[in-house]
Design a protein around this ligand. Structure first.
Ligand code: IMP
Length: 423
């Protein structure tokens, strides 16, 4: 068996949670491989909305094992809150959740460092979710991090103290006005650690190896989007992990030749939350309508998302980097009612027309070149199959399939599990 991947192709918030939840019935194991509680994966079913941050989106299915891989960073406090929410729905997570011993812990001081760094950056801030993601990955690559497996060792608190003390000195170095009560934060943290310790910690790369050998199927669930990738995203306005296909190999311990299907998810338009370049961003009524109709507010931070037309240059780049084999187009319903739709098919880059994503995509270097499409007025949210789609939507889809040379297998027409059309 192989490991299939599900990845966001834009700046995150594409709707990965919904699709993982739908695909879970086909898989034995759902595994997160990077990121942490900066993610907010939303699932809607039976009239209820669930937001997951670190726990894989297969958790509501009884049979699937949900694995938090070595590439993930875990905030025990947020993790515990997620478990409490699952308790309300009587989910037997002790049976179905596994955590890699090699995943790293987000300490309270990592969150404080994130805040101090952003305050110090002023206008140049990344627009981080302030969940401590950057500082935790910095400690990982700096070889100072504390891993879940350390919690099984006797003297881990000594290591914790030394690292937290160092962080406090670093926070002071920033010389910013940051009020905090570390004692309170630590009480909450150590309580949450006790909850975490009730779960099953595993050597996840071995677990996955054995599962594949037994013929089990695995879906790796990406977080954030390809354009937020630490290497290939719009650096420095990115997250601190590899959100692309290669990240699944390092974040789970899976060899590249074990990767099967690569499902790429994109919205029918584009959104971005936080700072950074966004060539097709709209500042007019169209952008405002997308935000309002699409309910474009961050699932983790509540911040309103910036909206714009679909950027095919960026999407093509993401498909290339990830080796996407199947596409899923989300939020098609949000585009109902627009008279004209636009897709950016090329950039004017310093006077030259280009169709690849260049090093600099800031507004002073790049002007989008658009192809226009007729819009449709039909409400898609109650449609059951693609034979009901208006011609204009089919034209929009066919254009993308031709340009990208990848089939669009799913069109999502609303947040509910049921509002999903398979093609
Ligand atoms: P961080 O990962 O919290 O440090 O945030 C870095 C950048 O990535 C910011 O612009 C965030 O808004 C963005 N970001 C992080 N996680 C997500 C996500 O799950 N969805 C969308 N944007 C995200």
């Amino acid at each position: 068996m192989t490991v299939d991947l599900l990845l966001g192709l834009q700046w995150g918030d594409e709707g990965k949670g919904k699709i993982v939840d739908i695909l879970t019935t086909n898989y034995n194991i759902i595994a997160r491989f990077q990121g942490g509680p900066n993610a907010g994966h939303t699932l809607v079913f039976n009239g209820m909305k669930h937001v997951l941050h670190t726990i894989p989106s297969g958790i509501f299915h009884e049979k699937a094992i949900n694995l938090v891989g070595n590439g993930v960073v875990i905030d025990p406090v947020i993790f515990k809150n997620e478990l409490i929410k699952l308790d309300e729905h009587h989910i037997d997570y002790k049976k179905s959740l596994r955590i890699s011993r090699k995943s790293h812990l987000i300490l309270p001081t990592h969150r404080l460092l994130d805040a101090a760094s952003e305050i110090a950056k002023g206008k140049a801030k990344i627009g981080s979710t302030l969940k401590g993601i950057g500082p935790t990955y910095m400690d990982k690559t700096g070889r100072n991090g504390i891993r879940v497996g350390d919690l099984e060792l006797e003297h881990w608190k000594k290591k914790y103290r030394a690292l937290a003390n160092k962080h406090e000195r670093m926070i002071a170095f920033y010389k910013v006005d940051l009020q905090y009560n570390l004692e309170e934060l630590e009480t909450e943290f150590f309580n949450a650690i006790e909850t975490l310790k009730e779960l099953t910690f595993i050597d996840s790369e071995e677990y996955i190896y054995q599962a594949l050998k037994k013929g089990e199927s695995i879906l790796a669930e990406g977080a954030q989007g390809s354009l937020l990738d630490i290497d290939f995203g719009t650096y420095p306005f990115v997250t601190s992990s590899n959100t692309t296909a290669a990240g699944a190999c390092t974040g789970l311990g899976v060899a590249p030749n074990q990767i099967g299907e690569v499902y790429g998810i994109f919205k029918a338009y584009t959104t971005r939350v936080g700072s950074g370049p966004f060539p097709t961003e709209l500042f007019d009524e169209d952008g405002e309508t997308m935000g309002r109709v699409g309910n474009e507010f961050g699932a983790t931070t509540g911040r309103s998302r910036r909206c714009g037309w679909l950027d095919l240059v960026a999407l093509r780049y993401a498909c290339q980097i990830n080796g996407v084999t199947q596409l899923m187009m989300m939020k098609g319903d949000v585009l109902s009612g627009f008279k004209t739709l636009k897709i950016c098919t090329a950039y004017n880059y310093k006077g030259e027309t280009i169709t690849h994503l260049p090093y600099n995509i800031e507004a002073e270097n790049v002007t989008p070149i658009y192809t226009e499409f007729n819009g449709w007025s039909e409400d898609l949210t109650t449609m059951k199959n693609d034979s009901q789609f208006p011609k204009e939507l089919n034209d929009y889809i066919s254009f993308l399939e031709e340009e990208l040379d990848i089939p669009i297998k799913i069109v999502s027409v609303g947040p509910d599990r049921k509002q999903t059309i398979f093609r």
